[in-house]
Design a protein around this ligand. Structure first.
Ligand code: GDP
Ligand code: MG
Length: 597
């Protein structure tokens, strides 16, 4: 296909503003997928996506469209993940296309993720076409949202396309706008091959699948290509385009997007952003490439039953085949035995992986407190990265500690602003900016990542009844007065409950954790002290009183089946318990103890 007849684009939107529905309509109205094969959320529900489990990967679809000018165009849509955890993946895949549709719900207006994603698009020098969706809703206010886009984002929205992705209204206008308002890609068909490795994933049948965007030259099945960063060479076994099913394709030229397979063993062998060229006739200069995305949140994963350790190891290895952004190393805990210290891109990522381990691999897990990476500056001038509070060195050797800080953008209706400011303040936030767009406020806070990784997002949603939207980016590492707080149950330290806290908040946090644990740990036949301590100093204490009554006593004797049921229920509950010295601590205590409400 000639360059002038290609358009490559992505869709940026806040969650629920209609990105998937619009993608479906574009696929359907161009007959890319036969009506009988059409299902909702086509891009999300592709087999490949389901196998990958988590949408942290880019997805794409090649659409053929006969435009009003009579010419046939190839439209390549790259769909990007929408959650803040994967912001870095979004910004990378945007480098592979030239334009974006900016979808805004006309009954809602611009939200935090609209902003974050449109900034990624602007960073990638995209041409942007604003699209006002859901105009079928009575609450839609097209004019207000047009002004809102211009005020908050600062781009011209006077010729925004008005659509209803649900009813199909305005879809032809979107297709025309893609062709007439987005630029064609540039490239040189006769130059040596230069293609960008956009993404890669593991497919059970095909092995590693690599998505590419050709910049210059052409590529065919059977070609021997070289990855310029790793210097590895491969023979291409399969070349295809996604419609969104894989369809074999003879040759991809400049501006085109497709996938290849080449007996690549592991996803780790492919570097997103790498340059793919011909081994025999390489291009002169590689693309700038990207730094790999690095885990920012760490936690320990331990099998409840120590016999499941090997199963856990195998399961983690399997999941890593497909997700190079998730790291793991073996960890031993005095309290929890053998397990793994795992690193994730964010809390959602952590939850998805943990759920998959439990559901798909049927392993009962104890998850320890999520922690960020601290930088420990020692008195001898060296610096250690601390991934696990349990490894905190003796304070006498420590000079100071730095923690990661983020810039958080929160958009919220005016009514809830006070509560949001209080939440940010409580989490050691420093207000950076506060502006208004209509009845919505936009606040920007400088916050410690540590205070956000845990339950910040849940709290924000609950205090604003779901109306707040949130996005963040990493800012810098900064020194603060941080200490390690230990928890002792029945006078034994439970290393898996250690956390790093700010000194000024240690008492409050310690008290809250002890109170929580008192509720979470079932009573035993003896009294159990629960304490929080910094170094040797106890800063909070609760006592769980001894159990007096027999649990089955309330069955009033007689009913044997009821009694049996109760005992069975107790036994099932036990499976999810873990023995610490003489005390049994339930699995959920390790996470619940940290929730601050
Ligand atoms: P995404 O999170 O941006 O991918 O959003 P979805 O495409 O999943 O849409 C979110 C919700 O909005 C779904 O329930 C859709 O059915 C609904 N929706 C999408 N477009 C429209 C529209 O034009 N009008 C109305 N009334 N609902 C829509
Ligand atoms: Mg969606």
């Amino acid at each position: 296909t000639e360059l002038k007849n290609i358009r490559n684009f992505s869709i940026v939107a806040h969650i629920d503003h209609g990105k998937s529905t619009l993608a479906d309509r574009l696929i359907q109205s161009t007959n890319t997928v036969a009506d009988r094969d059409m299902k909702a959320q086509m891009l999300d529900s592709m087999d490949i996506e389901r196998e990958r489990g988590i949408t942290i990967k880019a997805n794409s679809v090649r659409i053929e469209y006969k435009a009003n000018d009579g010419e046939l165009y190839i439209l390549n849509l790259i769909d990007t993940p929408g959650h803040v955890d994967f912001a870095y993946e979004v910004s990378r895949s945007m480098q592979a296309v030239e334009g974006s549709l900016l979808v805004v719900d006309a009954s809602q207006g611009v939200e935090a993720q609209t902003l974050a994603n449109v900034y990624h698009a602007l960073d990638a020098d995209h041409e942007i076409v604003p699209v006002l969706n859901k105009v079928d809703l009575p609450a839609a206010d097209v004019e207000a949202v047009r002004t809102n886009i211009e005020d908050v984002i600062g781009i011209d929205a006077s010729d925004a396309v008005e659509i209803s992705a649900k009813t199909g209204l305005g879809i032809p206008a979107v297709l025309e706008a893609i062709v007439t308002r987005l630029p064609a890609p540039k490239g040189d068909r006769d130059a040596p091959l230069k293609a960008m490795l956009v993404d890669s994933w593991y497919d059970a049948y095909l092995g590693v699948v690599v998505m590419i965007r050709v910049i210059d030259g052409t590529v065919k099945k059977g070609d021997v290509v070289k990855m310029m960063q790793t210097n590895a060479t491969y023979k291409i076994d399969k070349l295809a385009v996604l419609k969104p099913k894989m369809v074999d394709f003879p040759e991809l030229g400049p501006g085109e997007i497709g996938i290849l397979t080449a007996s690549i063993k592991q996803v780790r062998d492919t570097k997103v952003g790498d340059t793919i060229t011909h081994d025999k006739k390489p291009c002169a200069k590689a693309l700038p490439g990207f730094a790999p995305s690095v885990p920012v949140v760490f936690c320990g994963l331990f099998p409840v039953d120590a016999n499941d350790f090997d199963d856990l190891r195998n399961a983690i290895e399997k999941l890593q085949l497909n997700d190079a952004s998730f790291s793991s190393e073996m960890e031993t805990s005095a309290a929890l035995g053998f397990g793994f210290r795992c690193g994730f891109l964010g809390l959602l990522h952590l939850e998805v992986i943990r759920d998959r381990l439990e559901r798909e691999y049927d392993i009962n897990l104890i998850t320890t407190a999520p922690s960020v990476i601290y930088r420990i500056f020692m008195r001898d001038g060296t610096m250690k990265e601390l991934h696990n509070p349990a490894d905190m060195p003796d304070l006498t050797f420590v000079d100071h500690i730095e923690e990661p800080r983020i810039k958080a953008t929160i958009m919220v209706p005016d009514d809830y602003l006070g509560d949001v400011l209080k939440l940010c303040q409580d989490r050691r936030g420093i207000q950076m900016d506060l502006t208004y767009a209509g009845a919505r406020a936009m606040v920007v806070y400088d916050l410690p990542l540590n205070e956000v990784v845990f339950d910040f997002y849940d709290r924000l949603k609950s205090i604003t009844k779901g109306y707040a939207s949130f996005d963040y980016q990493f800012m810098d590492y900064r020194e603060d007065n941080l200490v390690k707080m230990s928890i002792l149950v029945n006078d034994e330290p439970v290393d898996a409950l250690s956390t790093m806290v700010h000194r000024d908040r240690a008492e409050t946090r310690g008290r809250a954790m002890c109170e929580k644990l008192k509720d979470l740990i079932p009573r035993h036949m003896f009294k159990i002290p629960i304490q929080a301590a910094i170094g040797g100093k106890v800063i909070a204490r609760e006592t769980l009183s001894a159990l007096r009554k027999d649990v089955t006593a309330k069955c009033y004797g007689g009913d044997a089946t009821r009694k049996k049921k109760l005992l069975e229920k107790q036994k099932a509950g036990k499976k999810k318990m873990r023995q610490f010295g003489r005390v049994e601590i339930p699995q959920e205590a390790f996470i619940s103890a940290l929730k601050m409400d």
